[in-house]
Design a protein around this ligand. Sequence first.
Ligand code: ADP
Ligand code: MG
Length: 259
Amino acid sequence: MTQTAELSHLFRSLKAPAAARALPKLAERARAEEWTYERFAEALLGSETSSREAHGGESRIRAARFPSRKTLEEFDWTFQHSVKKDVLLHLAQLDFLLGKENVVLLGPPGTGKTHLAIALGIRACLAGHRVLFATATEWVARLLDAQRLGRLSDELRRLGRAPLAIVDEVGYVPFDPEAAKLMFLLVSSRYERASVVMTSNKPFSAWGEVFGDDVVATAMIDRLVHHAEILSLKGDSYRLRGKELAGARLRPDENAQLR
Ligand code: ADP
Ligand code: MG
């Protein structure tokens, strides 16, 4: 066997295709720059580990089922002043996940709640954490299915193994009593065990209406905010930026363009 054939055999049996691809160029550079053997070994092995980490992140991002990809880098902080960039950058360090704390993003439609929730979720995926993303309505449907099959507590336990669950759009659709109970169970099953990022277009004062019951809403808020960063976003919808707003009525075709 030639040396090249032997090497590709070894890379295949180690399942290290990225290192195999990197080898010819790295060897050339190492010779030209007279690297130590250790430096060469580090560069070669490093090319494989960073490719694996990137792929792991990518597969966690796919598994999380984000509705779109959004990053903190894309977020325009000059448009949205009511939330401090420093606070988000700190959250993006993910100490809140290790502390099993929550993040609640409140504010009117279009102010960037979902964007920031996804951006934090993607950071978590890239840092090696499993993330689950769904709207409140989707979470409820999933838990209802489990309940019908008599597997609700198993399902909650299983979901609890993901360090981060994102519950988007609480308040867009009011909950019926069953849905409100399931939402409460989801949050309380994760209490001090795993994190929740929740977004809502309704202030806490309106959650009684959202949950159809002040007692459930209060219990929910109590669990959610005990260890949490609460961010209240204000201002106009980013979707409407640059448009004549200030009470102007949009024509239906303009409205369609904004969706
Ligand atoms: P919300 O969830 O608060 O209703 P979104 O996060 O869905 O709002 O934002 C609506 C759209 O505007 C998305 O495409 C989002 O990426 C974008 N967006 C919102 N705020 C900003 C911002 N400050 N900078 C960049 N894009 C933004
Ligand atoms: Mg949203």
